[in-house]
Design a protein around this ligand. Structure first.
Ligand code: NDP
Ligand code: GDP
Length: 323
């Protein structure tokens, strides 16, 4: 029988890759579409699936719209990806971030509880929960120490998901995903900012790359690999929480070098450190331990950082050429 998935945040990076993945598995896919003044389907169009998805008007801030959408779509699985997802903006818009990234999760859980508590739900939790890390390698057992309004909001969502599982027996799982990138990553995130700027430099449209803390380390993977883990979590017998990561960590500076090396340029000739881009509180290093996901989900990342950054630079070279 055909399964139905409902994705919030379907217009975002992960929403687009997940929709494609589920369509290829034969799912009927519906997505929540918040009202915006201009169309934001570009990622779904990039993957050639914009016409294969059903859209439901709604916003995670509006519980009634979620209840209506869940009633109409009748999903087997809900993937709750919608969020104000950029850590940097969360200091400028902390209240909006708390509402969308935190309360939005509770709205989704409530909508499911109200309409059909048998619907399975995936919650997009984040490695940002670990923030000021309490262990060199972070696993499902590592205590959290969030370091931004974004991370504090995600902490609320994480515990609400766990609480609804324990209180009402709902199948609700947290994926604690470490940073994952792709050619569809938003331009405000550091990987995409670097790969897009490299393409602009190659085209002669930019002369420098301005960055903040280049010593920060992240465990970067490919979004296309990570959406499979989301799906696998909802195919298990029992709901649970899983770290999804590569198990390697790299500095922002080294990631930059990979991008510039690919086009035969020396990053040091273009990099400018801009103190304005430093954050009020930094997450210095993240390194995930995906052992549980490997053991229980049979999931492993397929794409290494060099391959990922090359893929992103290549896509941006094409985009800049066509612009
Ligand atoms: P994006 O920022 O690319 O996508 C966010 C999505 O949320 C967009 O579709 C956006 O719609 C939607 N959205 C924002 N506000 C609302 C709202 N009020 N109502 C309904 N939808 C809304 O994020 P990613 O795809 O990268 O990430 C997906 C999820 O995973 C997010 O929750 C993120 O925090 C989390 N995550 C991401 C990681 C990563 O490295 N990518 C790591 C760990 C967790 P619109 O574009 O119209 O605003
Ligand atoms: P995050 O891990 O979700 O905050 O993902 P980002 O891609 O936004 O940031 C990753 C790291 O890169 C953080 O430690 C940032 O401080 C660092 N960084 C350094 N310069 C920049 C920059 O210009 N933009 C962004 N977004 N991050 C930067």
């Amino acid at each position: 029988m055909t399964k139905t998935a409902f994705i919030t945040g379907i217009t975002g990076q992960d929403g687009a890759y997940l929709a494609k993945f589920l369509l290829e598995k034969g799912y009927r896919v519906a997505g929540l579409l918040p009202r915006r003044s201009t169309s934001n389907l570009w990622r779904l169009e990039y993957l050639n699936i914009a016409d294969e998805v059903e859209y439901r008007d709604g916003d995670v801030l509006d519980l009634s719209s979620l209840i209506r959408a869940v009633k109409a779509v009748k999903p087997d699985e809900v993937y709750h990806l919608a969020a104000q997802s950029f850590v940097g903006s969360s200091w400028e818009q902390p209240i909006l971030t708390a509402e969308v990234t935190g309360m939005g999760v509770l709205h989704m859980l409530e909508a499911i509880r109200e309409v059909d508590p048998g619907i399975k739900m995936y919650q997009a939790s984040s490695s940002e929960l670990y923030g000021l890390i309490q262990e060199p390698m972070q696993s499902e057992q590592t205590p959290f120490y969030p370091r931004s309004p974004y991370a504090v909001s995600k902490l609320f969502g994480y515990w609400m998901t766990k609480n609804y599982r324990e209180s009402f027996g709902m199948f609700a799982s947290n994926g604690i995903l470490f940073n994952h990138e792709s050619p569809l990553r938003g331009l405000e995130f550091v990987t995409r900012k670097v790969t897009y700027t490299v393409a602009q430099i190659v085209a002669g449209r930019k002369k420098e790359l301005r960055l903040g803390n280049i010593h920060a380390k992240r465990d970067w993977g490919f979004a296309g690999d990570y959406v499979e883990a989301m799906w696998l979590m909802l195919q298990q017998e029992k709901p649970d929480d899983y770290v999804i990561a590569t198990g390697t960590t790299t500095t922002v500076e080294e990631m930059c070098k990979i991008a510039f090396d690919y086009v035969g340029l020396n990053y040091q000739d273009y990099l400018v450190i801009d103190p304005q881009l430093f954050r009020p509180a930094e997450v210095d290093v993240l390194l995930g331990n995906p052992a549980k996901a490997k053991r229980e989900l049979g999931w492993m990342p397929k794409t290494g950082l060099q391959e990922l950054i090359h893929m992103m630079v290549e896509a941006d070279l094409q985009r800049v050429k066509q612009a």
